[in-house]
Design a protein around this ligand. Structure first.
Ligand SMILES: *[C@@H]1O[C@H](CO)[C@@H](O)[C@H](O)[C@H]1NC(C)=O
Ligand SMILES: *[C@@H]1O[C@H](CO)[C@@H](O)[C@H](O)[C@H]1NC(C)=O
Ligand SMILES: *[C@@H]1O[C@H](CO)[C@@H](O)[C@H](O)[C@H]1NC(C)=O
Length: 537
């Protein structure tokens, strides 16, 4: 890989220049003597990685999936890269981010239920080194710009203490795009009474009040470019760019709406504008990488964090279901990789190899950065050769999740506190528990899969389909290869396959750590902390 690193070996830095002048004659001798040219820049040979994570970005909502929403930059990058068309994420925010940062399934980190709500004393458990930790060990400059959502109740959970040299962004899961204010909420939990709203935008660890009133997509794009401009090209960088876009609330500067006058549905129109604004931000950052001479040694990865949210304009057509469900509309994600480092024959191709968000940790650390993941208890696989060379994916199954806290008989409980003891009593997995697993072409869903309709984009003029499932039904089986939109449940006709997959869920269940889902803590109240969301322990 070293021969592609010329931009890292450039002469901007005077000290570097002196070093080059003194070693140049030696290098020439080495090269003439037939030494591999890679030796001279071994310390700077690791590729840069920019990981762009869009929030609640629907499977349908990218130009190359047939959307009317304009995404010229994403389309162009994907067209010259590798489109991942058998790519899976988790159905909601914290879970996808936890798996990306740890390389582990939620059942192994205790984050298998829901998200981390603002007042919950929870974060990605500290014994898990993050992707940024590992890349920092390998000499990378590490930056996070955007949404964290992996917990902040104590300082040790903050991104600046979890491997990132710099952080600019917000800790919670959603907020106002301009005021950066966020209220308190948690389903089924009443602790929020008496809470004030809190400001949530940080520059390193301090509140970034100066940026109140600015739209976050602009702020994040600006910050990303400033960081790249001051980056020391002798070091590789890892930039993690989890945009606020295109999560609710529906907010976008007026200029992005003009082009969508034809979309009659108001929510869809604003959402479309938000997508196009994000696309422009990605274009600006990409252009800057090229201008700075960093592009040739960079791998750009683009991914959604989960399926689109219908209620705020997102869409996953033709897939079934949406955000938060275990149907394909919740977990079959849009994603691609673009890099000049990918061999030419693979640029502009579509990969149908099975890839999951937990795979990025080993793929980036071992596959791209040539580091080691030995000794880490990962659930992800290094799929870099599948992406860059087309070799079969080492992954043949995906545990979508096992969530023991969402079971039919527990749904009506007043608070989640009373759910927790049930896990330890229950002993074995049973099919009333919310779970899904993919094995080869087959997908089994048990328990409550969540919203199950097929919803076409409003501008398409197609009638939505709202299937009526028999009361009490809690097992579904699909052949995703033949039936990617989950129209034909085969659980009755293929009992042996169901049995085999239930057995596999039972195995995973036996490896599971109990879910950690504490009640909200009144001490989180921003009123007690000068009007900001911050640590309270
Ligand atoms: C923030 O908003 C102000 C006022 O509109 C503007 O002058 C400034 O350029 C904006 N900053 C960014 C980073 O967008
Ligand atoms: C992209 O860059 C242009 C030109 O500097 C700027 O006007 C625009 O606001 C930027 N867009 C975003 C989304 O940052
Ligand atoms: C990758 O790392 C190994 C072990 O550290 C090293 O021997 C090898 O040369 C590296 N490969 C590249 C392409 O840099």
């Amino acid at each position: 890989m070293c021969e592609m690193k010329h931009s890292n070996c450039n002469m901007k830095n005077p000290i570097h220049l002196v070093t080059m002048v003194t070693v140049l004659p030696v290098l020439l001798l080495l090269i003439l003597a037939g030494f591999p040219a890679s030796i001279h820049c071994a310390s700077t040979s690791r590729p840069n990685v920019i990981f762009i994570l869009a929030d609640d970005y629907g499977f349908h909502d990218i130009g190359y999936h047939g959307s009317v929403i304009k995404t010229p930059w994403l389309d162009k990058l994907a067209a010259g890269g590798v489109k991942l068309e058998n790519y899976y994420v988790q159905p909601i925010c914290t879970p996808t981010r936890s798996q990306l940062m740890s390389g582990r399934y939620q059942i192994h980190t205790g984050l298998e239920h829901s998200i981390i709500w603002v007042a919950q004393p929870s974060c990605l458990p500290l014994e898990n080194p993050t992707l940024a930790d590992r890349l920092k060990d390998l000499g990378y400059a590490t930056h996070a710009v955007g949404k964290w959502h992996l917990g902040f109740y104590k300082k040790a959970c903050w991104p600046t203490r979890r491997g990132f040299d710099t952080f600019y962004g917000y800790y919670t899961g959603s907020e106002d795009y301009y005021s950066h204010m966020r209220g308190c909420f948690m389903p089924g939990d009443r602790h929020c009474a008496g809470f004030s709203e809190g400001y949530d935008l940080r520059d390193q660890e301090a509140p970034a009040y100066q940026d109140k009133g600015n739209y976050s997509t602009f702020l994040f794009a600006e910050r990303a470019q400033r960081i790249l401009e001051s980056h020391d090209p002798k070091k590789p960088f890892f930039m993690y760019l989890p945009f606020q876009a295109v999560h609710g609330p529906l907010q976008v500067p007026e200029q992005y709406l003009q082009q969508y006058k034809d979309i009659k549905d108001k929510k869809r129109r604003v959402y479309a504008g938000m997508v196009t604004c994000m696309d422009e931000a990605i274009g600006n950052i990409t252009r800057r990488l090229v201008q700075l001479g960093l592009w040739d040694n960079t791998v750009l990865i683009f991914s959604t964090d989960n399926g689109g949210q219908i209620a705020v304009g997102g869409n996953n057509w033709p897939l079934r279901g949406w955000k938060a469900s275990l149907w394909e509309g919740g977990v079959h994600g849009v994603g691609f990789v673009h890099s000049p480092l990918i061999p030419k024959v693979k640029q502009g191709t579509v990969s149908t190899e099975m890839i999951h968000v937990s795979d990025w940790f080993p793929t980036i650390v071992a596959g791209i950065a040539n580091g080691s993941v030995a000794g880490l208890p990962l659930d992800g696989f290094n799929v870099w050769d599948s992406i860059s060379k087309g070799v079969p994916s080492p992954r043949t199954e995906i545990l979508h999740n096992i969530d023991v806290l969402t079971t039919p008989d527990l749904e009506s409980q007043p608070t989640f506190k009373s759910y927790l003891p049930r896990f330890n009593e229950s002993g074995t997995y049973n099919t009333s528990i919310r779970a899904a697993i993919r094995m080869g072409d087959w997908k089994l869903i048990t328990g409550q899969p969540g919203n199950s309709s097929w919803i076409p984009p409003p501008e398409a003029g197609i009638v939505p389909i709202h299937p009526v499932e028999p009361v009490g039904k809690h097992v579904w089986l699909f052949n995703i290869q033949e039936d990617p939109n989950e129209r034909f449940d085969l659980s009755d006709s293929e009992p042996d396959i169901v049995k085999r997959m239930v057995a596999r869920l039972q195995y995973y269940y036996s490896t599971m750590v109990p879910p950690f889902y504490p009640p909200g803590d009144p001490n989180a109240n921003p009123k007690l902390h000068g009007g900001i969301w911050t640590n309270w322990e």
